[in-house]
Design a protein around this ligand. Structure first.
Ligand SMILES: [Mg+2]
Length: 331
């Protein structure tokens, strides 16, 4: 097994660096060109720039590496991608001032591993692109997977506040970095606190009614079933809604008791980069994470969690009860 400590340190540095650039792009998003991918999902300058920045930092620190990234530079080589390409190169030059456009495209494409090696990184450069576009929550999510286990994970949450009373719709000016290694606990720090230690994060043990969070996008999770699960557990009110893997951090730090992602289509397969880092942070904080059938997330199937259906991430007090409620609603 690879020693996770140096990998985690490198990943923290890489994600923290990319958070600053992503924040700057989000601040100017109205003047920034964007594209739509073949699956009709939006992709921004930040998605490409962050993938390039993280790959460049991993290579500078670790040498050769394998990474399964969400993005590919193909579209940036096309005529339609020219304006975005130019903006991506400008963004990457904020950190690597001398870099050429070809080097930026090559850096993005160094994240094209197919998840077949025994050990590799996986990256969602901007998790929650729709949230990013509307000025909301998003995450930069980087994890290391070895022998089908997530052994290190870093989640940059540039708009997440340490203040639990601050609305998720009100972006924090600094954000937080969450990180974990297998067996090493879950930690939070300020993005610029990479050199120093973090604060340990533990999931909630509150005695009160269940507090749930879920996606803003109704296409990502069956919100009506979430409401029925909350009612079945004796809870009330609407769940907290926020974009991105930040939901794992919200459970990990005890701000919510559960994050539910209930499949909206039978054939939907979750991507590993949408869950690897967040799952490890929540698990190391004491949360239990399975799919809706109670199975652990299975990272042995390549790029997709094809043996799982949906996600239940919850504190131990609620996890079994949520599974039971889902079984009763949707046997
Ligand atoms: Mg993404």
């Amino acid at each position: 097994m690879t020693d996770a400590a140096p990998l985690l340190a490198t990943a923290r540095t890489a994600v923290a660096e990319a958070m600053g650039v992503a924040r700057m792009i989000q601040g100017r998003i109205k003047e920034t060109p964007g594209l739509v991918k073949s699956d009709r999902s939006p992709v921004t300058v930040a998605d490409f720039a962050v993938q390039a920045l993280i790959c460049l930092r991993l290579r500078a620190t670790l040498g050769e590496f394998l990474l399964v990234g969400e993005e590919s530079a193909d579209v940036l080589r096309s005529e339609a991608g020219a304006a975005v390409r130019e903006a991506v190169v400008a963004a990457v030059r904020m950190v690597w001032s001398e870099i050429s456009p070809d080097q930026v495209l090559a850096a993005i494409d160094s994240g094209a591993h197919d998840a077949t090696a025994p050990a590799y990184w996986t990256l969602d450069p901007i998790d929650g692109t729709k949230g990013f576009l509307r000025g909301g929550q998003y995450a930069i999510s980087l994890a290391f997977i070895e022998d089908a286990e997530v052994t290190a994970g870093v989640m940059g949450c540039p708009n997440l506040s340490p203040d639990f009373d601050r609305s998720f719709a009100d972006p924090d000016p600094f954000g937080l970095l969450y990180y974990a290694s297998r067996g090493g606990g879950a930690w939070a720090s300020a993005p610029d606190g990479v050199a120093s230690g973090g604060t340990e994060v533990r999931c909630g043990t509150s005695e009160g009614p269940v507090r749930v969070c879920e996606s803003i996008e109704s296409g990502h999770s069956k919100q009506d079933t979430t409401a029925r699960v909350i009612a079945a557990l004796g809870g009330a009110g609407t769940p907290a809604r926020l974009d991105s893997q930040c939901k794992y951090a919200v459970v990990a730090r005890g701000q919510a008791d559960a994050y539910l992602r209930l499949p909206t289509r039978a054939d939907y397969v979750e991507n590993i980069w949408d869950h690897a880092a967040g799952m490890l942070v929540a698990a190391e904080a004491g949360a239990e994470i399975t799919d809706i059938d109670g199975r652990p997330l299975d990272f042995s199937c390549g790029k997709g969690l094809s043996r799982n259906r949906g996600i239940i991430c919850a504190s131990p007090r609620f996890h079994a009860r949520i599974l039971e409620a889902i079984r009763a609603i949707n046997p």
